[in-house]
Write a protein that binds this ligand. Structure first.
Ligand code: TYD
Ligand code: MG
Length: 457
């Protein structure tokens, strides 16, 4: 094959690659965004650089699945239970974890704690800071009481130099804080641009895979909640974690969006304290705002995000609207889900809210992704609309279908037991979730259709 200099132009907005320069990106329509980039290495070269560690000698030819050597999965335990819960266990050598979140939410704090924990267990730890000076990192370590740990520090943003140092240090765990600050000299675009983040990350991932270092990448999140930089980052790494908390709350929730080594959608709960992020072992209690008495529009539901049940308070406010398009505002809940539930409430319950503003909030900044909260949303809306409160010791869960039926959810009994543990005495659940054996101290009302719950209060 003739070696011909290959030029490529990559759009700094969408990351698309074009063979020719143009004033406008043919893919996303951005102007003046195409920049010259390094072409991918020829296929043979790419092979040699290798995608995975440990595949040397095994590659090239196909082989029987059963013949693949299983290297016993040795994870590095950190003794940080909530972090390990979202990671699916200890650190997997050679894995790459992306930790996204708003500025100031605690990414640097958590990663420094994780590194110190690894160092305390004899694993070589390297912290690469691109945002803060070594003094600032040292100050934080002091605040956390971790300044004596054997964490190595590097203030550098050029990825080639980072990898040069890393090759010398041979860390077992490495943190890049943050991925938006690193850049490669191969490209001319500014650090933080899509092409830069992608190319630098590719180099870092390659390093992790070939050396077996565990790599953590801290990443910023834009106002819209997406990771600043290319979405493609999420495909390049093994695990994607997001902080998803209320800025005002001192509790921090980390959700695993993707995890090649554990369950996705698992939640880890932390509290930000003077001494850094501390695990919350009984998370149910923190999402309930204790009211003195019953209040209208407030319903407690038991959700199951991840592998454990969680008590969460859903609040609704329904108020006469004075605008032509009444508002439907949700916090911690899908907006179109609310619109759907209001339609079901009208069609199958005869409750019209087309002239009402409807606000729904999930207390504590947790996001409800599962449909098991439907019934709680409906009942909170109903309670506010009628201005009648629900019994304080009541929990509600169940999915609401378009035909007005109440559908079962997973782990019904487990949810009931969790509610009973926290002193709840009554529950409204889907008929199919009616427990076979009575749950102690819990009076269960089972509902088949929306009509069954309209007269609960
Ligand atoms: P940080 O880890 O710097 O956030 P990020 O890297 O995501 O931008 O966290 C900063 C916030 O955490 C800051 O507002 C101070 C607070 N904090 C504590 O409350 N206690 C602590 O022990 C530390 C280190 C930080
Ligand atoms: Mg930071």
């Amino acid at each position: 094959m003739a070696t011909r200099e290959k030029r490529l132009y990559t759009c700094t907005e969408c990351g698309a690659q074009q063979p020719k320069w143009a004033g406008q990106c043919p893919d996303c329509g951005a102007w003046n965004s195409l920049q010259e980039t390094v072409a991918a290495a020829p296929a043979g070269e790419r092979h040699r650089r290798g995608g995975f560690s440990g595949s040397a000698g095994q590659g090239r030819d196909a082989l029987d699945l059963a013949a693949v050597d299983l290297v016993a999965e040795r994870r590095i335990s950190l003794d940080m239970p909530e972090l390990e819960r979202v990671l699916g266990g200890g650190l997997v050598p050679g894995s790459v974890v992306l930790l996204g979140g708003d500025p100031g939410i605690g990414k640097s704090t958590l990663l420094l704690q994780a590194l110190a924990a690894a160092a305390a267990r004899g694993v070589k730890a390297l912290y690469v800071t691109g945002e803060e000076s070594p003094q600032q990192v040292r100050l934080r370590a002091e605040r956390l009481g971790l300044s004596d740990e054997a964490v190595r520090l590097l203030a550098e943003t050029q990825v080639e130099r980072i990898l040069e140092v890393a090759a010398r240090e041979r860390p077992g765990v490495m943190v890049i804080d943050s991925v938006q600050t690193v850049f490669t000299d191969l490209l001319q675009s500014a650090p933080g641009s899509v092409a830069q983040v992608r190319e630098s990350t590719a180099q870092l991932v390659r390093f992790a895979k070939t050396t077996g270092s565990t790599l953590f990448l801290a990443g910023h999140v834009t106002k819209e909640g997406a990771l600043a930089g290319p979405r493609v980052l999420e495909h390049m790494v093994d695990t994607v974690l997001y902080f998803e908390s209320d800025a005002g709350s001192r509790y921090r929730i980390i959700r695993a969006i993707k995890n090649r080594f554990g369950a996705a959608n698992e939640l880890g709960m932390f509290a930000m304290t003077d001494g850094g992020l501390k695990p919350v072992s009984n998370p149910s209690a923190i999402f309930l705002s204790r009211h003195d008495g019953p209040v209208s529009g407030s319903v407690i539901t038991v959700t199951r995000e991840g592998s454990r049940p969680l008590l969460v308070e859903v609040q609704a406010l329904v108020d006469a609207s004075h605008i032509a398009n009444p508002r439907r505002v949700t916090l911690g809940l899908d907006n179109s889900r609310l619109a759907m539930l209001l339609a079901v409430l009208h069609r199958h319950g005869g409750i019209a809210t087309f002239d009402q503003d409807v606000f729904v909030n999930v207390v504590g900044g947790v996001r409800l992704n599962e449909t098991g909260a439907d019934l709680a949303v409906v009942m909170a809306v109903l309670s506010s609309f009628r201005d009648r409160d629900l019994p304080a010791e009541l929990v509600v869960f169940g999915e609401v279908g378009l035909a007005g039926e109440i559908r079962p959810v997973q782990g019904g009994e487990e949810r009931l037991r969790e509610a009973a543990k926290h002193g709840f005495r009554r529950a409204v659940v889907p008929e199919a979730n009616r427990p076979r054996r009575a749950v102690k101290g819990m009076e269960v009302m089972a509902a088949k259709r929306l009509g069954d719950v309209l007269d609960v209060f």
